[in-house]
Design a protein. Sequence first.
Length: 115
Amino acid sequence: MKYLYMMFLFFSVLSCNQDIENITIKGVVRNAKTKEFMSNVEVVVICWKYGDTPDGSYTEEEKIIIKTNNKGEYRFSFDKGAFVEVRVFANGYIDGYETKEIYKKINSIDIYLKQ
């Protein structure tokens, strides 16, 4: 039993620091006070990747700038990634910022902007 636990632990550590392939980052941008959807808001998504790094550090990044639709939604896909930053900019609001480590293919990050 101890041997199986050690093997599980070993493979769990090895599975860390790996990019997840074909990921989607999606979310909704809302007004923090009214909870209303915010359309046509600029969303910057930066996806960090490990690549083939031996020390577990990020080796590259991919950046995309998109706008929310009329329901405040945004969505973008990357070929692979391990960590994302989402930044949201709207006139009259404090910039929104969220980060997330990637462990699955579809990832939701909702942002609530304050005035």
